[in-house]
Design a protein around this ligand. Structure first.
Ligand code: NOJ
Ligand code: CA
Length: 691
């Protein structure tokens, strides 16, 4: 008996045995058959909604396709590799073997947006083997959840192909229809720090991932990767029509990736959902990463922080020493006092160490990561912070001199440990492609932030920091691919345009955060540094936001470590609004996305991990909106006080009324409805305090 499967170009007859293959917890093998006898292999997700088909054609090209709820999402798309020193792996392939597996388990995040994560998936492993020539083979492993799929290549150890020098991956993503795409460019000088383009899919150039698509049918897709380890980051470029192809980030040498022996590539991931909120609710990225390798990580502390930062970003203070120096003992003490008085556990100090006085941008070779400047009394500040129940957060700006930092990692994190510093923010400020790598023989090379060598550098930093019980918040990072599951001390990254752009000319537009929620935030926590209630950047320039929106960002843009970026003086000025920042937690047991459209608006509800309180954050773009939400997530039978921080009369990001905010309090229960009125460029923040 044959089953017909509709692909974009042809009706392909699929052996019923392959399609009906029951999945089990143990691997079972379909006996190798003649190439023509296994034209395709099919896997379905646990609830049957997503189907993946792998096939080979008459020339032995291998392809995969993806359908969801009967809709073809990805038409047959190429699989394969180019190498710098061997023929490509692309033609004369046959499906030699298909094995299947499945799992349904839950695991606990030590910190996060959800405490419990369910990993319910089926797996299909397809062995592709060359029928002639070198007779090499590669397994393509597909994991199917009900909300998306991941696949990766697994290279077995094979004679004559021990060292694999990859010139390019030939993986393609041939979307079946046109779509609206939200994307930012890859390979441009400012790394990940670009605004999102919204174009038809056919208008995508070369894009970083994740790239988010809304298909003509309304189905939403996020294309990204998971578990980027010892490999080059993947970008995508348009081939023709709706087809994108993988483009790996280069390194300093000819191959983009060099691996020896058996290895796996990162997972290429497609989250699939009916709507934008569904994309955020997927756990695919985390589930495709290896479990925690660090053991007990109770020393990783989520929490808020303040610091001598915004005054430097706005140009009032400096990282360099001199009269404007921000990181002086006296100035840091005022921040410690402020943090302590407001029960904010962390104080970030940048510019505390030797090396900033010269030209550090793109040249961090003067940076010393264990040597404070003379006006920064590290011993006294460690003592003072401790006496006030506060810790300092360190900062290591490398200026892109990654080898110079590598050589100091133990000293840097030893210094942090010895001064009671539980977390370090790192930085790699240099243009794309300008990371300085110096090999042991003294050869200097230029690397890309997301090339294989830097991918390994970031991992070295995180694993070395873990030995000293230090958490890492990487700025100018490699993109996030869910590695916080494996290394839970990798608490946050920047990796997009954060608050700092609101200080400078060319500010983030009002739609930026509603873009981030469904693009950058699908990667994982972002250190955005919200909370500038003065709404003023450098030279007294206006930030394109309302105050209420700044508060909402604490719920919308998740990170376990979150800055209250404004100055103590400004928080004193806006003290009633500041109360929300004092109250809001940074660690959650549950998260719901109540509504949202990419780049337009979004509303999150999150439950505090340490109490029964819920928090709501809602933001809009330049358009005002009234969004009705149902409080169906609250506990039945409990009564809550909704402490509402909403845009006030006339609030508008374009006018002086951007500071207009209203405060309201009312009793609510499960099932009640609230209408959130958002001003242009505005937002709303609510604490639902359980009584
Ligand atoms: C850029 C980072 O994003 C910012 O937070 C930091 O203050 C500067 N680099 C200096 O390291
Ligand atoms: Ca930055």
């Amino acid at each position: 008996m044959k089953t017909l499967l509709l692909l974009s170009t042809a009706l392909i007859a699929v052996p019923a045995a392959a399609q009906d293959q029951p999945v089990s917890t143990t691997n079972e093998t379909i006996k190798p058959q003649l190439p023509s006898a296994i034209p395709s292999a099919i896997a379905t997700s646990p609830d049957g909604s997503i189907t993946v088909t792998v096939a080979t054609d008459a020339e032995g090209h291998a392809s995969y396709s993806v359908s969801r709820k009967g809709e073809l999402i990805v038409s047959p798309s190429r699989l394969g590799f180019l190498f710098t020193d061997a023929p490509k792996f692309d033609r004369h392939l046959r499906i030699e073997r298909v094995t299947r597996d499945k799992a349904d388990a839950t695991w606990t995040q030590p910190w996060g947006e959800w405490k419990t994560i369910r990993d319910n998936h089926t797996e299909m492993r397809v062995r592709l083997a060359e029928t002639d020539g070198l007779k090499r083979m590669v397994d393509v492993v597909f994991r199917l959840q009900d909300d998306g799929i991941g696949f990766r290549y697994e290279f077995p150890e094979q004679p004559g192909f021990k060292t694999v020098n990859i010139a390019e991956e030939l993986t393609q993503f041939a979307f079946a229809t046109d779509a609206t795409a939200w994307w930012k460019p890859a390979f441009e000088w400012n790394r990940e720090e670009y605004l999102y383009n919204r174009t038809p899919l056919t208008g995508v150039g070369t894009a970083a991932t994740p790239i988010t698509l809304k298909l003509a049918s309304g189905t939403h897709v996020a294309l990204h990767e998971a578990a980027l380890v010892d490999y080059a980051g993947m970008n995508v470029a348009k081939v023709e029509g709706n087809t994108l192809k993988a483009v790996l980030t280069p390194g300093a040498g000819a191959p983009k990736v060099t691996r020896t022996g058996a290895f796996t590539t990162p997972w290429r991931t497609l989250i699939l959902a009916d709507d934008a909120p569904g994309l955020y609710m997927s756990h695919l990225e985390l589930n495709l990463n290896e479990p925690n390798r660090l053991g007990d990580v109770s020393w990783v502390k989520p929490g808020k922080f303040v610091g001598v930062w915004w005054n430097m970003i706005t140009g009032k203070w400096s990282w360099a020493t001199g009269p404007q120096h921000g990181a002086t003992t006296a100035r840091v003490k005022t921040y410690i006092d402020f943090a302590s008085a407001n029960k904010i556990p962390g104080v970030l100090v940048e510019g505390w160490n030797v090396g900033w006085d010269g030209d550090w941008f793109g040249n961090g070779n003067a940076m010393r990561f264990d040597t404070p400047t003379p006006d920064f009394d590290a011993t006294e500040l460690a003592r003072y912070a401790k006496s006030k129940g506060v810790y300092l957060i360190g900062h290591n700006e490398t200026g892109g001199s990654a080898s110079h930092y590598d050589a100091q990692l133990d000293r840097a994190f030893g210094y942090a440990r010895d001064h009671g510093i539980p977390a370090v923010k790192t930085g790699y400020v240099t243009d794309a492609g300008q990371i300085e790598r110096v090999d042991p023989d003294g050869t200097a090379r230029r690397e890309w932030h997301e090339g294989q060598w830097m991918v390994n550098h970031y991992t070295r930093v995180v694993t070395t920091a873990a030995k000293y019980r230090v958490a890492i918040d990487s700025h100018e990072p490699v993109k996030d691919t869910g590695l916080r599951r494996t290394y839970p001390n990798w608490v946050a990254r920047e990796g997009s345009r954060g608050m700092e752009y609101n200080s400078w000319a060319g500010k983030n537009p009002p739609e930026h955060e509603a873009n981030l929620a469904f693009t950058r935030m699908l990667e994982g926590p972002m250190d955005f540094t919200p909370g500038v209630l003065s709404l003023k950047g450098s030279d007294d320039s206006d930030i394109l936001s309302t105050i209420a929106k700044q508060l909402a960002l604490y719920v919308v843009l998740y990170s376990p470590v979150v800055m209250a970026a404004d100055t103590p003086e400004n928080y004193a000025k806006y003290s009633q609004a500041f109360q929300f920042i004092r109250d809001v937690p940074t660690d959650w047991s549950d998260t719901r996305v109540l509504n949202g459209e990419v780049g337009d608006y979004v509303t999150f509800a999150r439950r505090d991990r340490r109490s029964d309180d819920w928090y709501i954050g809602s933001v809009t773009d330049e358009n005002p909106r009234a969004l009705t939400v149902t409080l169906d997530f609250l506990d039945a039978g409990k009564s809550y006080t909704a402490q509402i921080y909403r845009d006030g009369p006339g609030a508008d990001y374009k006018t002086a009324a951007r500071h207009s905010i209203a405060f309201e309090s009312k009793k609510v229960r499960k099932g009640d409805r609230l209408t959130l009125a958002l001003a242009p460029g505005g937002g709303q923040a609510i604490r639902l305090k359980a009584r």
